[in-house]
Design a protein around this ligand. Structure first.
Ligand SMILES: [Zn+2]
Length: 498
């Protein structure tokens, strides 16, 4: 942020630079957030007993119970019909048998091809395999795809994006090349092989008859008995020169229902109690890997989860002393984040409190470690702050003010850069609030060697630093829940438009 803009913004918000007086009440309850408590809770949540808290598994359920008991002991309310659990079903889908035969070539799943589509068949189907090459309008005029398996050449594309037009035109399935070179394909196939047998978790959806087989460029050439260079040329504008082949395929799908739950606790506010501040983390992680090792997820996102717990405790203790926030606060620990932000998506589609009254979301995902960038920095007291000036011009200033007043961390905004390739703003649970135009702040420590590894363990957590980060978040939450006006929505979710 430019300095002059910051001054103007502070004036607008009625923040005084000279007399940045600390609020004694806020300070008193911030002091209840301490390294010992954070460590105690995290030692349990990141223990082997919880088996990496995989969504729907035993460890996730144990973590949910632990959180609910904690909130209950604090005297916080369960806002879901009196309970702390927002229960919902996910579906785990797997494809235990997929076959593809072209001419006399029998292809092996997760070696010769990778199945990335959807479908469920009673018995094998026969179809002609035609070559379309690029999915261009001209090529579509030259090759009739109706009722056919279609060979597509889509280097660098996301298969699902190119395939839908072909399926709409009446194809029964697609064999697609998205990358050149056998080695790249083999790596991908290896990854799929190691995950095979594990279902893919998502919301339950009707089966789409859309078999999509990913193959290497060499394999595609072999299927059409044509040298790869010839096929590549033909893909551009004369796909009709490539001879069609006889093919057959079969897809067997299995779906298992996986019940899971978001955990939440509610603190009712006073004169602005209909307005809600949501403070969130995801409490699930990625479970046990294919080698049987436990991914303990101490940083990801045990750290955010115990931070939410300690912040909830500070607010609950204040409330017991008659110091309730003006706005209400929802402490929200979501499930299914590692499977695609599923728990927060479910919440935002089925909110317990109206989204129109949800004033802000503060999301905490990984705040217990020091990343590559700061490993050798003289001052390691930092935190990445992401998205705080996307939807509201006030949020960043409010957070800055609380940091200057109480915690003095380095607030690093590098991931807000327009051209930042990581796109973190879109990659954790806050985005499911931001997409509904609710201004968010995402607190994050960046990535390190132990990210999504069995080595993300509690002994590597920087508890004093994490305590500071949690205190900053508490002060910002205290401010947001007590200030006169909610933060205005005067921005957008699109970085380039700012
Ligand atoms: Zn995470």
């Amino acid at each position: 942020m430019k300095k002059r803009w910051m001054l103007v913004a502070m004036l607008i918000l009625g923040i005084s630079l000279t007399g940045s007086a600390q609020d004694a009440t806020a300070l008193k309850y911030a002091a209840t957030i301490n390294a010992q408590d954070l460590e105690k809770h995290l030692t349990y949540l990141a223990s082997d007993e919880l088996e990496g808290r995989d969504t729907g598994e035993k460890g996730q359920k144990l973590a949910a119970e632990y959180l609910a008991n904690f909130y209950q002991n604090l005297g916080l309310k369960g806002p879901v019909d009196g309970t702390y659990f927002q229960k919902f079903n996910l579906a785990s889908t797997s494809f235990p048998e997929v076959t593809l035969t072209v001419g006399k070539q029998k292809l092996v799943n997760n070696e010769d091809f990778v199945f990335i589509g959807d479908g469920s068949m009673k018995k094998a189907a026969k179809a002609d395999l035609v070559f379309l090459g690029l999915a261009s309008e001209e090529n579509m005029k030259k090759v009739d795809v109706k009722g056919k398996l279609v060979g597509l050449w889509a280097i660098g594309a996301r298969a699902q994006n190119v395939v839908s037009d072909i399926m709409k035109a009446g194809a029964v399935g697609v064999i697609v090349v998205t990358m050149e070179g056998q080695a790249n394909f083999d790596r991908l196939a290896g990854r799929y092989k190691s995950l095979s047998g594990r279902g893919r978790l998502g919301f339950e959806e009707p089966t789409k008859q859309e078999p999509i087989f990913l193959v290497s460029s060499d394999k595609m050439a072999a299927l059409f008995a044509t040298p790869v260079e010839v096929l590549k040329e033909a893909a551009k504008n004369n796909p009709e020169s490539i001879k069609a082949q006889k093919a057959s395929y079969f897809v067997k799908k299995e779906t298992k229902i996986v019940p899971t739950e978001n955990v939440m606790a509610f603190l009712e506010g006073t004169d602005k109690k209909d307005e809600i501040l949501v403070i969130s983390s995801h409490y699930d992680h990625v479970g046990i890997n294919s080698k049987g090792e436990i991914n303990n997820g101490a940083d990801d996102d045990g750290s955010g989860t115990v931070s939410v717990m300690e912040i909830a405790e500070a607010f609950a203790l204040a409330a017991k002393d008659g110091k309730k926030p003006r706005r209400s606060i929802l402490f929200l620990n979501v499930t299914g984040e590692e499977k695609g932000l599923l728990g927060s998506e479910y919440y935002s589609n089925n909110p317990i409190f109206p989204l129109a009254n949800t004033v802000n979301n503060i999301n905490i995902d990984m705040v217990g470690r020091i990343d590559y960038e700061y490993q050798n920095a003289p001052n390691k007291d930092y935190v990445y702050v992401i998205g705080s000036e996307m939807l509201s011009s006030h949020l960043k200033v409010i957070n800055e003010y609380n940091n200057i007043t109480y915690t003095n961390l380095i607030l690093d905004y590098r991931y807000d850069a327009e051209d930042d390739p990581n796109r973190f703003y879109y990659r954790s649970d806050h985005y499911n609030f931001a997409k509904h135009n609710i201004p968010v702040i995402f607190f994050f420590n960046g990535v390190h060697d132990d990210y999504h590894q069995p080595t993300d363990t509690v002994d590597k957590i920087e508890f004093p630093l994490m305590t500071k980060r949690a205190k900053l978040i508490f002060h910002t939450a205290w401010d947001l829940s007590n200030r006169e006006n909610r933060t205005p929505v005067d921005g957008t979710n699109t970085r380039t438009e700012r």
